[in-house]
Design a binder for this molecule. Structure first.
Ligand code: AGV
Ligand code: CA
Length: 309
């Protein structure tokens, strides 16, 4: 997994490491929707506390073209400071000695079979890994990526841009372009798919009831408290299970229906970062229909699997 330290990235990480049929073999952290140090620290603490100590964490040296808003990037500091992640003085999760793109290339090369790669932030490290090892596609089962938006109703509202892009693509559109030129099979979760799964007050309330018997639920509840101003109100300020849905697909593909779409990315101009249908583009599998009830059920089950609810 490679994530970019947002609240739902870190919840997605927890979900992935709790899945019984998934072996998590490495985590990269990209300084996009976060500050790097607290995001790396929070990642290592989550792996330690929730039981995946053997897995290495690699910090990215990626730099994006268009920076994320500072107020969002600060969320990683809040998660890293939560008491539930700080009861223990020592964190044993190993940190990789090389930057995340090199670590990714190395882990893929040394694995026996093909590996599924999940990106819940920009694709910069995958693009950089392809630059040092252009044949890396042969080691990748598929790329599952949260990013993009195909209907033009994006979430980037910055001066000089037309609002059609999604943030993970906008941070580094050239990386999307590089990955699109590869033979890697891609499953993409655009904003249209994630709009089916808002973070609602009612799901948070039902999880609060499980808090005292599940440390995972306690942690997730604390995490979404950080995003409370955005949960369920108003069309523009809603918070979604963007990355959590994307990760859930890896454990339970039947949660979504995929549709093949040929598309390209705009790498400059007012639509920079926009992913658009085009007969010249790469064929990717795009998540469309989402079984939202089954998704909420599935993630609640994984995060409470030890208490039989
Ligand atoms: O564009 C969605 C991506 C996801 O990977 N991120 C958040 C998720 O981690 C950027 C983003 C869009 N709106 C946001 C975001 C918001 N209101 N707060 C924080 N990040
Ligand atoms: Ca993210």
């Amino acid at each position: 997994m490679n994530h970019d330290g947002g609240v739902d990235d870190l919840v997605g990480l927890l979900l992935l490491l709790k899945m019984q049929d998934i072996e998590l073999i490495g985590v990269g952290v990209t300084p996009a929707d976060c500050y790097l140090q607290p995001a790396v620290d929070a990642t290592r603490k989550i792996l330690h506390i929730f039981g995946a100590t053997g897995c290495e964490v690699a910090a990215s040296c990626a730099r994006g073209k268009n920076p994320f808003p500072k107020s969002w990037r600060q969320h990683a500091f809040y998660v890293d400071a939560l008491p539930i992640l700080n009861e223990r003085a020592e964190v044993h999760t190993p940190i990789a000695s090389v930057p995340a793109h090199e670590h990714l290339a190395h882990m893929l090369r040394q694995s026996d079979g093909k590996v599924t790669v999940v990106f819940t932030g920009p694709l910069t490290d995958l693009a950089a890994a392809l630059t040092i090892d252009p044949d890396l596609a042969e080691c990748i089962e598929e790329l599952v990526w949260m990013g993009g938006c195909l209907d033009g109703d994006g979430n980037v509202h910055e001066p000089g841009f037309d609002g059609t892009a999604e943030w993970n693509a906008f941070w580094d559109p050239d990386a999307v372009s590089r990955v699109w030129q590869s033979d890697i099979p891609i499953v993409m979760f655009p904003l249209e798919a994630t709009r089916n799964v808002p973070v609602t007050r009612s799901i948070l309330r039902s999880w609060a009831q499980l808090r005292s018997c599940s440390r995972e639920m306690e942690f997730v509840g604390q995490c979404y408290a950080i995003c409370a101003p955005f949960c369920e109100f108003g069309p523009d300020t809603v918070y979604y299970f963007w990355d959590v849905l994307t990760v859930a697909y890896v454990g339970r593909p039947s949660l979504v229906e995929l549709t093949p779409v040929q598309c390209i990315v705009h790498t400059d101009g007012p639509s920079e970062g926009r992913i658009a249908e085009s007969t010249y583009g790469k064929m990717v599998q795009v998540a469309k229909a989402v079984r939202a009830d089954k998704f909420y059920q599935y993630i609640t089950g994984v995060l409470t699997s030890h208490i039989n609810v």
